[in-house]
Design a protein. Structure first.
Length: 147
């Protein structure tokens, strides 16, 4: 996985934590594929299987949304099914498939870095965050993006 994809996933993971989710797994893999983030809403107990797409500005695929096509959705559903089979204590909880869309710009010289993500206590959609040489922005977080 490339560096920028890792930063995008870390940003969405922190955003979920700030939305009162507990991160259960990151980059959970099985024979069917990988789920970027698996989180549980602390209030409703619902499980969110989250696909994160990180794209540069002016990309061709709607900030990564077009990459979550029916084939990708099918793989995510199969992967989530295996995760739930291996975690039967979670299998009866409500589940959904979310998509987090992150955009980034690259800067050649180091710029001001925000504090580490763990020290950020407020994070909003469209709020730019500097990580290393990148400015990242959560463009959208789509709950229940597909069934």
């Amino acid at each position: 996985m490339n560096e920028i994809a890792v930063f995008g996933e870390q940003l969405i993971a922190r955003w979920l934590e700030l939305q009162n989710y507990e991160l259960l797994e990151q980059n959970w893999r099985c024979r069917w594929g990988e789920i970027d983030l698996i989180a549980q809403d602390r209030a409703t107990k619902a499980i969110a299987f989250t696909e994160v797409k990180t794209r540069s500005l002016f990309n061709w695929d709607a900030d990564g949304l077009l990459a979550v096509d029916t084939a990708k959705q099918h793989k995510l559903i199969q992967t989530a099914s295996l995760f739930l089979a291996q975690n039967p204590h979670l299998a009866e909880l409500p589940c959904r498939f979310d998509v987090g869309l992150v955009s980034y710009s690259h800067y050649k010289s180091p710029r001001y870095n925000n504090p580490p993500l763990s020290q950020i206590h407020h994070l909003k959609i469209d709020q730019p965050i500097m990580i290393d040489r990148y400015q990242l922005t959560i463009k959208d977080y789509l709950e229940a993006a597909f069934d």
